[in-house]
Design a protein around this ligand. Structure first.
Ligand code: HEC
Ligand code: HEC
Ligand code: HEC
Ligand code: HEC
Ligand code: HEC
Length: 456
């Protein structure tokens, strides 16, 4: 019956007598051909990616975690297609989609530097490069491979689809800074959505749409409830996991023989490597995704020892020593050229005002010129090294107290960097707006780590 109706539908002759059967037949043939070709293409694409996924899965069990990680960092989060039967939420690779089920990890990560790795400072630099150089793409992709791995893929394969609703709304109602950021990302063809901005959850945990993670029993026991379960890999607790973005290769540019990023190298030489205390032991304890660092006062205080020697006044002179020991940082303190830690001692008047000329300072850090070609000093502390500020200064007339304090400038290098740029008169307006907000954020990050006041 159905068959009859179907044939009637197609083979009924039109009143005019003109036959269009062959046209219908040919177009149907074409449609089915394209449909089959599309299916075959998806199928071969699926098979090709699935083969790579199965290989990575196999490597995850290998005793040699380096072999797995080398392959893991070459693989992409969103290469291939997510299994069709997964709900939309589980197919999504944006960090906010992970939040629905991994709330604690999301809340911690959101506050960490990882979630801010595509803030104004980085985006402004990328746009400036695009405005001034034809060859900006390879340069931008090298930055993005660390600062925003999913965006690197977007640029490489031209996946940008234009502004979405939220971005258009920002362009209408956002602040000057927000508008500039959306305009910049649009010019760079990097979408804001989909977990592309920042070192997102998917950048570390997803390959070919499949989740990889440490072999935590709590999750292993749950079975495959969501996103087809996950692939447990020991590599997630090893320091080598972090080298993709925290260690420059040996053949990279050096200053005075030193690599600009050598955190893994510093750790490897330390007692922590020998004791099996990895980056994760300190930075992701109990599966925390907070990635605490030099920005976190209490985290830093726990890893250093500060001591102020008894203040002596003798023959009209004040003497004391403020010392800071790297007693618990698993690498140089600090590891990069970016932060500075400043020890200060000064005399204070009764009302609490510091007497300027009595201030003495000692800066811990690696200070380099903005073009990275000149070293001013390198006073970073290797594990268990101590820095000392020796104070030996005449006791001033109105001096009532001796004050010692330690300040941290987590973004010291970049503060100088953006200040220098903002002095350039020909800097495009949009870059000026973006760099101004980067500078504001950087200066805002300065904080008082420790202080003590004793009678003079
Ligand atoms: C820079 C890489 C990186 C990023 C970004 C990252 N993770 Fe992790 N994640 C790790 C590592 C490494 C571990 C293993 C930590 C350990 O066992 O010490 C881990 C552990 C976990 C665990 C297991 C936790 C447990 O109980 O032990 C979950 C779940 C997780 N991450 C989810 C997330 C989510 C969700 C996000 C985003 C909000 C995220 N991760 C962002 C690297 C990352
Ligand atoms: C995909 C690249 C990537 C991987 C992998 C990665 N990081 Fe990061 N990490 C970054 C970037 C980029 C930043 C800087 C964000 C910013 O300040 O703009 C950062 C920042 C940090 C910070 C804060 C630094 C600061 O200046 O205060 C810590 C701590 C950190 N990472 C630890 C780790 C540890 C531990 C691992 C390994 C478990 C790891 N990271 C793996 C890219 C990565
Ligand atoms: C090997 C990984 C890696 C590459 C490649 C890389 N960065 Fe970074 N970058 C980091 C890490 C890690 C930090 C955080 C540590 C620090 O504060 O120095 C950082 C910090 C920064 C900061 C200061 C923090 C902020 O968010 O304002 C800026 C700006 C920056 N990078 C820009 C760039 C640019 C531009 C490029 C490309 C030329 C680039 N980076 C390439 C890893 C990388
Ligand atoms: C619908 C809820 C849901 C969503 C959405 C979700 N997960 Fe999961 N995830 C789970 C459950 C449940 C488990 C435990 C294993 C299982 O049952 O599949 C898990 C396990 C994991 C693990 C393994 C933890 C370990 O011990 O190694 C990682 C890593 C992970 N998820 C990452 C992510 C990331 C990254 C996203 C976002 C891109 C995400 N998940 C989105 C529910 C979810
Ligand atoms: C024994 C604990 C410990 C270990 C192990 C450790 N860290 Fe840290 N890390 C710290 C502490 C504490 C800080 C904050 C003080 C500082 O900035 O040096 C820190 C700071 C950082 C920073 C901030 C930037 C800076 O200039 O200092 C980065 C990035 C970082 N660690 C990455 C790593 C990586 C990558 C590894 C593994 C190769 C690692 N850490 C191993 C304790 C540790």
């Amino acid at each position: 019956m159905i068959k009859k109706k179907f044939s009637l539908l197609i083979f009924k002759r039109p009143a005019g007598g003109l036959s269009y059967e062959p046209i219908v037949l040919i177009s149907m043939l074409f449609i089915s051909f394209f449909f089959l070709a599309a299916c075959a293409k998806t199928n071969t694409e699926y098979k090709r990616v699935n083969k790579k996924y199965l290989y990575l899965k196999k490597l995850s069990k290998d005793k040699n975690t380096h072999k797995f990680l080398d392959a893991y960092w070459k693989a992409r989060a969103h290469e291939g297609i997510p299994p069709r039967k997964w709900p939309k939420l589980q197919k999504s690779l944006s960090s906010s989609s992970c939040m629905a089920c991994h709330y604690d990890q999301y809340a911690e990560w959101k506050k960490s530097r990882m979630a801010h790795s595509m803030d104004a400072g980085v985006v402004g630099q990328l746009l400036l490069k695009k405005m001034t150089s034809k060859h900006w793409k390879p340069w931008a992709m090298s930055c993005l491979s660390c600062h925003s791995p999913l965006a690197e893929y977007y640029i490489k394969y031209n996946k940008y689809k234009g502004l979405n609703k939220k971005e258009k709304n920002i362009l209408r109602n956002g602040t000057k800074g927000e508008k500039a950021m959306v305009t910049a990302l649009n010019a760079l063809k990097i979408p804001m959505a989909g977990g592309t901005l920042s070192v997102s959850c998917a950048a570390c945990h997803v390959r070919y749409y499949h989740r990889f993670g440490p072999d935590v029993e709590k999750y292993m026991k749950q079975g495959k409830i969501a996103h087809g379960g996950f692939i447990p890999a020991k590599a997630f607790t090893k320091s080598y996991f972090c080298i993709k973005c925290h260690q420059f290769p040996q053949d990279n540019r050096r200053l005075k023989g030193k690599l600009f990023e050598n955190t893994y190298g510093e750790w490897k030489k330390s007692i922590y490597a020998a004791k099996g205390i990895s980056c994760e032991t300190c930075h992701t304890p109990q599966g925390s995704m907070a990635f605490k660092s030099i920005y976190n006062k209490n985290f830093v205080l726990k890893a250093i020892t500060i001591h102020l020697k008894k203040v002596k006044v003798h023959s009209g002179k004040v003497t004391t020593t403020l010392s800071l020991t790297n007693s618990g940082v698993g690498h140089d303190f600090p590891t990069y050229t970016t932060p500075k830690v400043i020890l200060s001692i000064a005399q204070e008047k009764a009302g609490g005002n510091i007497i300027r000329k009595s201030i003495k300072r000692y800066i811990i850090g690696w200070s380099v010129s903005l073009n990275l070609k000149k070293q001013y000093f390198d006073t970073r502390l290797k594990p268990f090294q101590t820095a000392k500020l020796i104070y030996d200064y005449p006791l001033l007339e109105d001096s009532k107290y001796i004050r010692a304090w330690v300040t941290v400038k987590p973004e010291s290098h970049y503060t100088r960097f953006f200040k220098a740029f903002l002095k350039i008169k020909t800097l495009p307006k949009i870059i000026k707006i973006i760099f101004s907000s980067a500078l504001k954020e950087d200066m805002h990050s300065k904080y008082l780590l420790w202080e003590k006041r004793v009678g003079a």
